[in-house]
Design a protein around this ligand. Structure first.
Ligand SMILES: NC(=O)c1ccc[n+]([C@@H]2O[C@H](COP(=O)([O-])OP(=O)(O)OC[C@H]3O[C@@H](n4cnc5c(N)ncnc54)[C@H](O)[C@@H]3O)[C@@H](O)[C@H]2O)c1
Length: 406
């Protein structure tokens, strides 16, 4: 099928919050594609297993400023159905595919969870953006092993760029730290990462059930785990040691939940806080905290990075109302230089780099590969396992009292 050469045809897989936006946070793939491509953007299909969700999203688009991008969008239940249209000459081969399904249907070679392989078989020459994490599956050894297999498969078979949505890598302050580390040949000595969530607007019950979305370390703190790997280097996962504050423990009681947690059995409720520490392969050390502690809307996500003579403090990493901020202390001074980056939209930068990688544009670097993202997935599972094992040991040491009694 011939199209105007200037048009940029895409398909979108999954019509949920990450694809079309939510009041909970700034994520919204469609909005960033519209901003980067303007009228060039042509969304030929939304692939969605729940067509009502896609219809609702497209209705809003049909009344909005970018309606021309969605004029010919069809809603289909699978990638295979769209491939048929392409083969019949009824739709052009897309230049990009955006994937924001739950990770339960991807990150594996097993049928029903093998979206990457289905996409590769249908469109081996088309660039793909996948939301993080690359997978969420159980049992954990199998799921991590499968994600690594998919990584190998894509490396061998996919002929176009692949980008994973570890968006924090694209923040200006993160790039600035990376640059200072590289330019000064620094070796990171220590990192201290905190991801504290404002949970009031987290209303999806599945998110609060660690049997379904596997808990906030795997589903959410994955962002900061990925960032410490990006800035601190590879972590020796064997050294990870973690603890969790569970939902039934007294400090874990939450007063501002806007969903019904009673439908989730106690042992499947997500921990309210998880702390962890580790050694990097270099010998450096790292510490970490994730917690669902805050009300309101802004998350508090902070990272400190230390190297000989240097301190980097990255603040408001995930804030919506406050701008990301970097404090840098260098050799020769006890003072911090402060950089504030109002309006820095890492989601937009991530999108711009992805499209530039496809079109040979000005900023074609992709900072998160599938292989790298699969390692972050492994790391988050190790933190969860370590915390759960530690709690089981504590329970045993308390004389085998039943779960509910303490
Ligand atoms: N980068 C970020 O900051 C960020 C923010 C939010 C979510 N995410 C990630 O985006 C992904 C999606 O999250 P969400 O909040 O949009 O979830 P969601 O549940 O709101 O939306 C996912 C949609 O995918 C659809 N779907 C399920 N299986 C499908 C399949 N096989 N084919 C097509 N559609 C399918 C569902 O029906 C649903 O409408 C998750 O991996 C999540 O971690 C990333």
């Amino acid at each position: 099928m011939s199209t105007s050469t200037n048009e940029f045809h895409v398909i979108m897989v999954g019509a949920g919050f990450a694809m079309f936006g939510t009041p909970e946070g700034p994520w919204n793939i469609a909005k960033r594609a519209e901003a980067k491509l303007g009228e060039r953007l042509k969304v030929d299909a939304v692939i969605e297993v729940d067509p009502k969700r896609a219809e609702a999203a497209l209705k809003i688009k049909s009344e909005g400023p970018h309606k021309s991008s969605y004029e010919n969008t069809v809603i289909l239940p699978s990638v295979a159905e769209f491939k048929k249209l392409v083969d019949q000459g009824k739709a052009p081969e897309p230049r990009a595919i955006f994937v924001a399904t739950p990770p339960t249907v991807r990150g594996s070679t097993l049928p029903g969870k093998d979206l990457e392989i289905q996409l590769n078989r249908a469109f081996p020459n088309v660039a793909i953006f996948f939301e993080k994490p690359v997978a969420t599956g159980k049992p954990w050894e199998e799921s991590v092993g499968e994600a690594l297999k998919v990584s190998e498969y894509l490396k061998a078979n996919h002929k176009a760029p692949i980008s994973i949505g570890y968006v924090l890598r694209y923040l200006k302050i993160v790039q600035q730290v990376k640059k200072i580390i590289e330019e000064n040949n620094l070796t990171v000595m220590a990192t201290n990462a905190r991801f504290v969530v404002a949970y009031e607007l987290a209303v999806k019950t599945d998110w609060w059930n660690k049997d379904i979305q596997l808990g906030p370390v795997i589903e959410q703190a994955t962002h900061i785990c990925d960032l410490v790997r990006f800035l601190g280097g590879e972590i020796d996962f064997n050294t990870i040691s973690a603890h969790a504050l569970e939902a039934h423990e007294k400090p874990g009681q939450l007063s501002k939940k806007n969903f019904d947690e009673s439908v989730i059995p106690d042992h499947l409720r997500i921990p309210r806080a998880t702390s962890a520490s580790w050694k990097y392969e270099s010998g450096a050390v790292g510490i970490f905290l994730h917690s669902t502690a805050l009300h309101g809307t802004d998350y508090e996500v902070q990272l400190e990075v230390y190297a000989d003579g240097y301190s980097f403090v990255l603040q408001n990493i995930f804030g919506t109302s406050k701008a990301p901020e970097l404090l840098v202390r260098r050799p020769g001074s006890d003072e911090f230089e402060k950089t504030v980056t109002p309006g820095d939209d890492a989601y937009q930068t991530e999108m711009n780099h992805f499209i530039d990688a496809i079109e040979g544009g000005a900023e074609p670097e992709i900072f998160s590969s599938y292989e790298d993202a699969a390692k972050t997935y492994e790391m988050t599972w190790v933190i969860r396992n370590s915390a759960e094992n530690a709690n089981s040991k504590i329970k045993e040491q308390k004389g085998g009292k039943s779960y509910k009694l303490w």
